[in-house]
Unconditional design. Structure first.
Length: 392
């Protein structure tokens, strides 16, 4: 088996719903990061890229018809470069990277681009086809931006609750109060703002031409405990989950160059990190937020390390309550190692891109630190989790 490496990683700034990137199609966002990633390696012949895998959670609008292949064509890569789109909802971008790493390890390819994209702003409404011809009644449009739609009536009702209600379930189960959630959210904003100010994202983030977005739009440097505490619960009148301690709706794309050691030598790229372990797990859909718990444990075991070996962790913050519930199940993990550059509550969560974002950010972080072990993990709607261990 070959080792597979993250050779480079880029992403767009993440735009707020309906704001700076809302005018950009998702296939164009994907093409931009693909073009940017390949374009900064002078010795990389695009024709030697053996596959492109992109994650995409929606696929109902302009990202339909295999957005990975569309990105290849729009980016101007040779038509000989194939592309495939994968969907594991919020984990789609990480799933694409996992697929790419396996492809390299088994020797089916030496150089693959993996990534993810989502434009939640441009997610369309969809109208189901009628059961019979010439219907006389009214039809219902369903938003595809987020969450359940056109639910199968055989699905148990407790599994099809809103994502935020699931966060409330976890808050109850793990006794996570409002103050703890708001403090976690505040830390996310403070750390993300500090990371931007320190230039930590300069190598990673590539602005989208034709837009004014140069930083993640959802980061609020002036956030405070008082402002977060003044927000009303969204999902229960007496609940604890608010817009302030949840990840926002976002637009963006991310991409990673994944290859073998021989491919790295060929293009003159020093690997950022080796992909050392992978894990996937399922949980009940109504507590999807704890999906990372077992997935991370599987990935660590496969990498042959423990919690005490980790130098950094990137946990996608779907909700503060969800993240804190994972912490409760990981008593050996030092929470201070998690999301030192902020997380999705501040940076944003464009569904299909987030898994690639946390993995790429982790690789860059380990490189800046001079090496070490890292874990990237993400929860997934309908009750799943993914995790990847990196060694730099």
């Amino acid at each position: 088996m070959n080792d597979s490496y993250v050779l480079d990683a880029v992403r767009t700034p993440f735009g707020r719903y309906g704001k700076g990137l809302a005018g950009v199609r998702p296939d164009d966002l994907a093409a931009h990061v693909l073009r940017a990633l390949t374009g900064r390696h002078d010795r990389l012949d695009p024709a030697t890229i053996e596959d492109v895998r992109f994650g995409d959670a929606n696929g109902a609008g302009e990202d339909n018809r295999n957005v990975a292949r569309m990105a290849v064509l729009l980016a101007g890569l040779p038509t000989s470069v194939p592309g495939a789109t994968v969907n594991r909802l919020c984990g789609s971008g990480m799933e694409a990277a996992i697929d790419a790493s396996r492809t390299v390890q088994v020797g089916d390819a030496e150089l693959v681009v993996a990534g993810g994209v989502e434009s939640m702003s441009r997610a369309p409404w969809v109208l189901p086809k009628p059961e019979g011809a010439y219907p006389r009644g009214h039809g219902t449009l369903h938003s595809t931006t987020l969450g359940w739609r056109m639910v199968n009536p055989e699905m148990p009702e407790r599994w099809t609750i809103a994502l935020g209600e699931s966060a409330e379930v976890l808050a109850d189960r793990y006794r996570i109060d409002r103050e703890a959630q708001d403090a976690f959210a505040l830390r996310s904003h403070q750390r993300a703002a500090a990371a931007w100010d320190a230039g930590l994202f300069d190598r990673e983030v590539v602005a989208v031409p034709g837009t004014d977005v140069t930083r993640d739009e959802s980061v609020r440097a002036n956030s405070s405990a008082e402002s977060l505490g003044g927000l009303k619960p969204v999902f229960r009148a007496d609940g604890t989950v608010t817009a302030g301690n949840s990840s926002p709706l976002n637009d963006g794309a991310a991409a990673l160059l994944i290859g073998s050691e021989r491919a790295a030598d060929r293009i003159g790229a020093e690997p950022l990190a080796r992909i050392a372990g992978r894990g996937a797990a399922g949980v009940d859909p109504d507590v999807f937020g704890i999906g990372p718990v077992r997935a991370a444990e599987i990935a660590l075991r496969r990498a042959g390390i423990g919690w005490g070996d980790l130098a950094a962790v990137e946990l996608n913050e779907a909700f503060a309550a969800q993240s804190l519930a994972c912490f409760a199940e990981w008593p050996e993990l030092d929470p201070e190692l998690v999301n030192v550059q902020g997380g999705a509550i501040a940076i944003g969560h464009p569904l299909g891109a987030s898994g690639a974002r946390v993995l790429g950010s982790l690789a860059h972080q380990l490189r800046r630190a001079g090496g070490g072990w890292g874990l990237a993990t993400i929860c997934i709607g309908v009750g799943q989790g993914l995790a990847v261990v990196l060694e730099a």
